[in-house]
Write a protein that binds this ligand. Structure first.
Ligand SMILES: Cc1cc2nc3c(=O)[nH]c(=O)nc-3n(C[C@H](O)[C@H](O)[C@H](O)COP(=O)(O)OP(=O)(O)OC[C@H]3O[C@@H](n4cnc5c(N)ncnc54)[C@H](O)[C@@H]3O)c2cc1C
Length: 515
């Protein structure tokens, strides 16, 4: 097992002689005692500005070389040509600099990364698709285990299953399963990582009929903190199998996942857009309409701007049963009031899955707040309406609602680590803007919108949508399953080696350094 990191206060001298003090946990930094407080020496990467302090690794050069030689995938250090691209994640608010990035080519590389990080007491982050809004895929000064080149996938059309490596994005995953007319629940933006989404739960267009992404997982290969590759399924390590389905990356690095697939290639889907001023009536109508939705239909909607800047209240839907049934079921929604545009119709499943991609390009600043609603009461609708078309940024989706129902909500809370099976509406304030100078304004507005809704929200949140982190929020993420998850963490990761995630703190660890 790894020991915990050292916490140190260091004085850093840059090459112009300026001094600054940094505090943190980083056993990789080289400190040399002098007659002053500790001085950090940077022999190779001279510090050139206070905004980009380069802290060199204290890892012995020979160890790094040995690791690089034995690693089949690419390894990157500060200064290497691909280093900056590899550490960049879609949320532009995240700017972290790992000491080493290891692009893994398979489970053997992942095992080597875990052993190397243990040996040298390195903080580890794991990158799947890189879409964690809180930026958990990338760490400062530690080892970033980059799975994004692990894209192996094999569909078994006869068994209707797929085994997929965990560097795949949703769009890549869907493309392969669709080649056989098969699909399973994933999220609704194709650039998001299949693994990060699934390990946290995985809500999407098919959840009403087929459950969440985790409800379709049959088996997982997991590299644990003690450097073993374990299979987790209903018969092998069933406790770990329970934990990986909703426990985020807390129990290890998942190198591949096997899913159950379902026959599906076409859907009746799209969206209907109403003027923002009609939001209140639309919300009242949608509440009643959604309550009668068959499992085949999933809807979501809220306030946002069309690409030409027109503010709308839009509702998107996907019906995954027969097309003609979908047309009938969706007619009341499409004919209600006076929509600006009706973009529903028969679509291939891949078209449906790609519908939102253009709204979420990489490189925007992103901040989110989200909790489930107790109910979508008249009073909650009144408050939601006050915030429609009020965001300071034209790229924001807020207020926004997802309707959760059907198969995903019929799974008992204790069947998987994911506890949120009982709520019908998930509230989101998903703010996006271009310029870092506008961050405070946008974050403030997002919090205000969420605060205004607070009395209608339950203290339960879907971890995959959460930016702010704390132990209290982790308890909200894991709800009724939290204590069982802590016990599992104590068993599989008692030193909190895997902590760059929606973290479950073990209770047996010597106080582990926070990520
Ligand atoms: C634009 C956008 C759209 C989204 N749409 C949806 C949606 O429709 N439905 C939904 O449910 N969620 C959605 N999400 C939330 C999304 O599920 C989470 O942000 C998820 O964590 C992203 O996974 P990733 O692999 O891309 O991110 P990463 O940042 O790479 O990983 C996220 C977390 O999972 C851990 N992790 C990733 N891979 C592994 C692995 N193989 N083993 C162990 N740990 C791992 C990481 O360490 C990190 O803690 C969306 C997010 C964005 C930004």
């Amino acid at each position: 097992m790894c020991s915990t990191s050292l916490r140190a206060t260091l004085r850093v001298v840059n090459w112009r002689g300026a001094c600054l003090t940094i505090q943190g946990c980083n056993p990789t930094r080289r400190t040399i005692a002098t007659n002053r407080p500790q001085i950090l020496i940077c022999p190779q990467d001279l510090i050139v500005s206070l905004r980009s302090i380069e802290v060199p690794s204290m890892l012995p050069e020979s160890s790094i070389q040995k690791f690089r030689e034995s690693h089949r995938g690419q390894t990157l250090r500060p200064g290497d040509p691909d280093y900056d691209a590899a550490r960049t994640v879609p949320n532009a608010m995240i700017n972290r600099r790992p000491a080493l990035i290891a692009r893994c080519s398979g489970a053997a590389d992942v095992l080597a990364c875990v052993r190397f990080a243990c040996e040298h007491d390195l903080l580890v982050s794991v990158r799947g698709g890189g879409h964690s809004i809180a930026g958990k895929a990338v760490c400062d000064d530690g080892l970033m285990v980059d799975l994004s080149t692990m894209k192996g996938i094999r569909v078994d059309p006869a068994r209707q299953t797929v085994r997929a490596q965990t560097g795949l994005k949703l769009g890549e995953f869907d493309r392969e399963t669709q080649a056989f007319g098969l699909a399973t629940t994933q999220g609704v933006v194709p650039t998001v990582g299949m693994a990060g989404l699934t390990l946290g739960g995985g809500w999407g267009h098919l959840h009403g009929k087929y459950g969440l992404a985790i409800d379709n997982v049959i088996s997982a290969d997991v590299v644990t903190a003690d450097g073993r590759l374990l299979t987790a399924n209903a018969t092998e390590n069933p406790d770990l199998f329970w934990g990986v389905r909703g426990g985020s990356g807390n129990f290890g690095i998942v190198t591949s996942l096997e899913f159950r697939l379902h026959q599906l290639s076409a859907v009746f889907g799209g969206a209907v857009f109403y003027p923002a001023a009609q939001a209140k009536e639309v919300l009242h109508f949608w509440r009643e309409f959604a309550a009668g939705s068959p499992d085949e239909l999933v809807t979501q909607g809220g306030s946002f701007n069309l690409p030409d800047g027109v503010p709308v209240f839009g509702i998107a839907g996907c019906y995954c049963g027969p097309i003609s049934d979908g047309e009938k079921v969706l007619k009341p929604l499409r004919t209600f009031g006076s929509p600006l545009a009706d973009a529903f119709g028969p679509l291939s499943y891949l078209q449906m899955q790609g519908m939102f991609e253009a709204f979420f390009p990489p490189g925007r600043q992103v901040y989110t707040k989200s909790n489930f609603l107790r109910s979508l009461s008249d009073e909650a609708i009144d408050v939601l309406t006050q915030y429609v078309a009020k965001s300071p940024s034209p790229y924001t989706f807020a207020p926004f609602l997802e309707h959760w129902h059907g198969a995903a909500t019929r799974v008992p809370v204790s069947d998987t680590a994911f506890p949120h099976r009982q709520y019908s509406w998930n509230f989101l304030a998903w703010s996006m803007w271009l310029d870092a100078s506008e961050s405070e304004k946008n974050k403030k507005w997002t919090r205000e919108c969420w605060e205004a809704m607070r009395s209608f929200l339950v203290s339960s949140s879907y971890g995959n949508y959460v930016t702010d982190e704390s132990e209290a929020i982790a308890r909200e993420n894991y709800g009724a399953n939290y204590d069982r998850l802590v016990a599992l963490k104590n068993k599989y990761d008692p030193t909190n080696f895997f902590r760059m995630n929606h973290n479950i703190k073990p209770t047996q660890a010597p106080t582990a350094a926070s990520a």
